[in-house]
Design a protein around this ligand. Structure first.
Ligand code: GLN
Length: 245
């Protein structure tokens, strides 16, 4: 078995070291004897939608998003859509998450997104939504908690065809008002929870590895348990920080 991951714009979309999520995925595969193949697609580059089972895009400031958005739609949209429709995992964090939607509106400026999820992001008057956050999600294994950190000026509103990733327990989530956080469609997950999202929530890393491997294998493989003492401590610390906030 081998996890074949492709990072989208790893240089441009990596605010708060979101690439740490990839390091964790690699480690959790290798600790179990599962191969890990890393590829990257940067500006101007497309990719073969069948060659990767896990697509990853991190967060970015408005400036970074402006730089990549048009290129993303032009060179990668089709491959991303085909991969997601075929069951690949797509994990997009914060700025990457916003670009999954139809658009990101900043005053008079409209950044076109991928339209892979029925959502829109707007800069509305008001402060940035910053702080520790905890949400409850169900990725088909019963309700679980994700704890993390969010920092975004954009407010994301889901359309009628979109399903939120989870329900906000603490923090702001998509827009600070409707109690929704993130988006999910098939194995595509968008969230405002930043790196280290996966190190703080190793169960999510394993669930996504399982889904990605399942695409190629036909069935989701059982993953060998690991000694998660450090990961559990990281989760507990993020959970406590969110509950204090
Ligand atoms: N630029 C976006 C915003 O401020 C996303 C920021 C981020 O990725 N942290 O809303």
């Amino acid at each position: 078995m081998k996890l074949r991951l492709c990072a989208l714009y790893p240089e441009q979309m990596n605010i708060y070291a979101d690439r740490g999520n990839i390091m964790l995925l690699r480690s959790r595969c290798e600790w179990r004897g599962i191969g890990f193949e890393y590829a990257a697609a940067g500006p101007g580059e497309s990719f073969d939608p069948r060659a990767h089972d896990f697509l990853y895009m991190g967060g970015g400031q408005d400036r970074d998003q402006r730089i990549v958005a048009a290129d993303l739609v032009r060179t990668k949209r089709q491959a991303m859509a085909e991969a997601v429709d075929d069951g690949a995992v797509l994990l997009a964090v914060c700025g990457g998450y916003q670009l999954l939607g139809h658009s990101y509106q900043l005053g008079d400026e409209r950044i076109e997104g991928l339209g892979l999820a029925d959502l829109e992001t707007v800069r509305e008057p008001g402060p940035r939504l910053i702080g520790n956050v905890e949400i409850e999600v169900d990725l088909d294994g019963g309700p679980r908690r994700l704890a993390g950190f969010e920092n975004h000026g954009g407010r994301t509103h889901l359309g009628g065809d979109a399903t939120p990733l989870g329900r906000v327990i603490k923090g702001f989530g998509n827009n600070g008002s409707d109690g929704h956080e993130g988006v999910r469609r098939r194995n595509m997950v968008g969230t405002y929870l930043h790196g280290p999202l996966l190190p703080k929530n190793s169960w999510l890393a394993d669930r996504l590895i399982q889904l990605a491997l399942g695409r190629r294998e036909g069935t989701e493989p059982e993953l060998e348990p690991l000694d998660d003492a450090l990961e559990a401590a990281a989760h507990e610390s993020a959970h406590r920080a969110a509950m204090r906030g």
